[in-house]
Ligand binder design. Structure first.
Ligand code: SAM
Length: 217
């Protein structure tokens, strides 16, 4: 004997409610996670640099770390990496920051204004084995244009030309003599090098490694 369902109309209704709930949650979460990618490049260029997200390929990050290691190893005496600090200005998904932590920098910081990228970087660093408590690798929601640079030994940046122009006075006045500046894709304006403030100490494809000289101009 076939029994009729207790309430034939109940199943489709609860199913469609469930579907509606799942769909709205998915749309809401996606909007919240994706919105920063639209907002960041639209921020005022003078205050934030309005730098869009684009990532440095893994092969370039490996080369970047080799350039830094070679330059530091050539110093006399070579400083222990564990005594040095690294920062990626606009750290994106955190690959360079995590690679610097793996290389052995005592402190490796990523600063990023996009909260979605910040969240994903923190998850990646935990996945890579860095405890959020030790702070050897850490990510902060900060504006790179106002972050003091004098406490870092190595600064990495995948900037764009107009942003590097804006940062010119900051890089000159805040980077200590001997600190390293590693740029991917874009370079410093020639007067920064010809004027003696920075010297090119390494090159590999689209990566250029500069050292802040002792000239304080
Ligand atoms: C070109 S991406 C580089 C990402 C990463 N460093 C890499 O090389 O793969 C630049 C990053 O800077 C971030 N950004 C833009 N303006 C910023 C600001 N004012 N302060 C901090 N981060 C910023 C963007 O959200 C983006 O993730």
């Amino acid at each position: 004997m076939i029994l009729p369902p207790a309430d034939a109309s109940a199943a489709p209704t609860s199913n469609s409610k469930l579907f509606l709930y799942a769909f709205s949650s998915f749309t809401l979460v996606s909007t919240v996670l994706l919105a920063p990618f639209l907002v960041t490049p639209a921020l005022p260029r003078r205050l934030y640099g309005a730098l869009p997200y684009q990532h440095t390929p893994a092969s370039q990050i490996t080369k970047a770390m080799s350039l830094l290691r070679a330059r530091l190893a050539a110093r006399s005496p070579p400083p222990p990496l564990s005594s040095l600090s690294f920062v990626d200005l606009g750290s994106g998904l955190g690959e360079a920051t995590i690679a610097a932590g793996r290389l052995g920098f005592g402190r490796s910081h990523g600063v990023e204004i996009n909260p979605t990228l910040l969240l994903l970087s923190r998850l990646s660093s935990i996945k890579a084995g860095f405890s959020p408590w030790t702070k050897q690798v850490s990510f902060r929601a900060k504006n790179l244009l106002t972050l003091p640079l004098d406490k870092y030994d190595c600064v990495f940046m995948f900037g764009v030309k107009p942003l590097l122009k804006t940062m010119k006075p900051k890089l000159t006045s805040e980077l200590r003599p001997g600190s390293l500046l590693l740029l991917y894709r874009f370079k410093l304006e020639t007067d920064m090098v010809e004027g003696g403030r920075f010297q090119v100490v390494g090159k590999e494809g689209e990566l250029t490694l500069y050292e802040r000289t002792k000239t304080n101009t």
